[in-house]
Design a protein around this ligand. Structure first.
Ligand code: MG
Length: 349
């Protein structure tokens, strides 16, 4: 089946707009099968999925199997820079690539609120198909459930992903040593700031977009260079939480310099207004890398060749003691950065 990225012709789209999800779409009968054919197979169709068996049967690849899963409940469903479908694919793909895997297959499960326009589901599926194609992953299995309507147009998505890793790839916190440098590929907090603004309850005008993007191409290029010891995507909890996870795992200190941190004027504006700290704000297209000092410049050069790495920079270094996370302020003092306590904003991913 040919993978298409556009919608059906306009007349069909009009019909989709009027139709809404009903409980029967999740009941396993004829209505559900029509939904599978009209929407899921149209957007995700490939020979593995099209068999519609109880499990996807996929060929084995050499290497180590990497497997991850995430649920997405973001509100609103569409926001500047993305939507719940793009976010779900990027989040799952990025969790695979930061451990050095090549993403290959996805499962996509929807929990749909009764009353959701089928056109909305179609738009989200088109978005999932578009970003999957860009990454080179296939949706090979999935599920749909429908829950009773409340008048709100809602959906939740769970995506699991598998990828294969070359056994030669060496990554892990145990490789980190004092003197290693901390890198990031761009500005902090853009996803959370964009979600906050798109909720619309603030009288704010800013041209903020979520950074939501797949990082597979850039990371694949960087891994060829050697010297990268550990990577993680600083999603919920932001940079400060990711560094605390590293510090907890290796008993080393991680110091970031305030003046080196990339925070755009718009993110800073939103953060100040809402009482948020960009160091703790969620990102969806960022990666924190711990790199041997003699490889850092080469890694930065390669990252900057990609749009998602154009603003890559060194933000700090690893020290022996104290084995915690610190911010070196512009005044030269050290401020301890703890792990995020509680939540900044609910339903950001
Ligand atoms: Mg992650």
């Amino acid at each position: 089946m040919k993978r298409e990225s556009q919608f059906y012709p306009p007349a069909f789209e009009e019909r989709l707009k009027e139709e809404r999800i009903v409980l029967a779409h999740g009941a396993g009968g004829a209505k559900m099968h029509r939904l599978i054919e009209r929407i899921f197979l149209k957007y995700f169709g490939n020979p593995i999925l099209q068999r519609l068996e109880d499990s996807a049967v996929v060929p084995r690849s050499p290497g180590e199997l990497c497997f991850t899963t995430d649920a997405y409940v973001v509100e609103p469903l569409f926001f500047p820079g993305g939507d719940i479908g793009k976010l779900a694919v990027c989040g799952t793909v990025n969790d695979l690539v930061v451990v050095g895997a090549e993403p290959i297959y996805l499962s996509v499960s929807f929990i749909l609120r009764e009353g959701l326009p089928i056109f909305t589901l179609a738009k989200i599926c088109a978005s999932i198909a578009k970003v999957s194609k860009k990454v080179g992953v296939k949706v090979v299995t999935g599920d749909t459930k429908v829950i009773e309507g409340t008048g709100k147009e809602e959906m939740y998505i769970n995506i699991s992903g598998v990828g294969w890793r070359d056994p030669m790839v060496q990554l892990g916190v145990e490789l980190i040593k004092p003197g290693d440098v901390i890198l990031i590929n761009g500005g902090l907090g853009e996803h959370e700031a964009a979600i906050a603004l798109s909720r619309g309850s603030y009288q704010l005008k800013a041209s903020l977009r979520s950074d939501c993007t797949p990082l597979n191409r850039m990371i694949r290029a960087v891994l060829k260079l050697g010297g990268v010891k550990m990577m993680r995507d600083p999603t919920r909890g932001g940079l400060a939480t990711t560094l605390n996870e590293f510090a907890r795992a290796v008993r080393l200190g991680f110091i970031v310099k305030e003046e080196w941190l990339p925070v755009s004027r718009q993110v800073k504006g939103v953060a100040d207004l809402l009482g948020l700290d960009p160091l703790y704000m969620a990102n969806e297209g960022k990666v924190v890398l711990i790199v041997a000092p003699n490889r850092a410049e080469a890694v930065l050069r390669v990252m900057r060749r990609f749009p998602e790495g154009r603003k890559a920079r060194i933000i700090g270094e690893v020290v022996k003691k104290p084995a915690e996370v610190w911010l070196k302020t512009r005044l030269g003092s050290l401020r301890r950065l703890l792990m995020l306590e509680g939540e900044q904003l609910p339903r950001i991913c």
